[in-house]
Design a binder for this molecule. Structure first.
Ligand code: ADP
Length: 229
């Protein structure tokens, strides 16, 4: 099995592409869903967040008020670091659990849907392939305005707050161009899925698991390096 990172700019069509991948039966792990999940009351990170940020960030229901927390970390970079140091390990642990589940189920590849994939180099290096959902700037702007009910100025502010798409293109190994209609995008997703399914990269990890189980540590290490870098 191997990992495929998926990302895109706001309103470039990432959710649209993910919906097609899910329809095809692909294994997709959504980093945003996990980020929300790990701060739910029954998760260990919840207690740590409440201890560090105080009960004033809680809703009456006992859940964390994400908006209140968001505005604290928006204006205070040290608090953002603190929150990340609590949540990131919990997110990675949950992702690894899900990756392992799909590995056991025999999936050839797993897609990690990560909004800041290209911005956070630490995750990027674990991906065998990276996919950028691209959309031309004019279509992106009008789709964002329409979907979120924003004015042109508001939409432009959200787009420019992100890493420029021109920079992300250079970092991606595959591009899905969603500037046209959904049918055209769908065809590109089918093609990508077929090429990933046909790739023999998944054999490396199977071999790695077998060699690790057989106690051939040196060979397992060589394979792991080959897989990641
Ligand atoms: P993202 O997940 O990247 O923010 P979405 O997939 O939600 O983007 O797409 C943004 C908006 O554009 C949505 O309202 C969606 O229905 C619409 N959209 C996506 N792809 C297309 C397309 N190829 N043609 C027309 N509208 C599209």
């Amino acid at each position: 099995m191997f990992l495929v990172g998926l990302s895109g700019g706001i309103a470039s069509g990432k959710s649209t592409v993910v919906a097609v991948l899910q329809e095809l039966g692909c294994a997709v792990i959504d980093a945003d869903v996990i980020a929300r999940q790990v701060v739910q009351p029954h998760f260990p990170a919840y207690q740590q967040v409440v201890r560090c940020f105080g009960p004033e960030i809680l809703l009456e229901s006992g859940e964390i008020n994400r908006e209140a927390l968001g505005s604290i970390i928006f204006s205070q970079p040290d608090k953002r670091k603190l929150l990340n140091s609590i949540t990131h390990p919990a997110i990675v642990k949950e992702m690894l659990k899900q990756i392992l589940k799909y590995f056991v189920l025999g999936y050839r590849y797993v897609i990690l849907d990560i909004p800041l994939l290209f911005e956070t180099n630490s995750l990027n290096k674990f991906m065998k392939h990276t996919v950028l959902v691209y959309c031309d700037p004019q279509a992106q702007l009008s789709r964002l305005m329409q979907r979120n009910g924003l004015t042109q100025i508001e939409a432009e502010a959200r787009i420019t707050a992100q890493m420029p798409i021109s920079q992300k293109i250079k970092l991606a190994t595959h591009i899905i161009d969603n500037s046209g209609d959904v049918a055209t995008t769908r065809r590109q997703v089918l093609k990508l899925h077929a090429s990933l399914e046909d790739s023999l990269d998944f054999l490396l990890v199977r071999l790695l698991a077998v060699t690790a189980m057989a106690g051939v540590g040196g060979l397992a290490y060589v394979l792991l390096r080959r897989l990641i870098f």
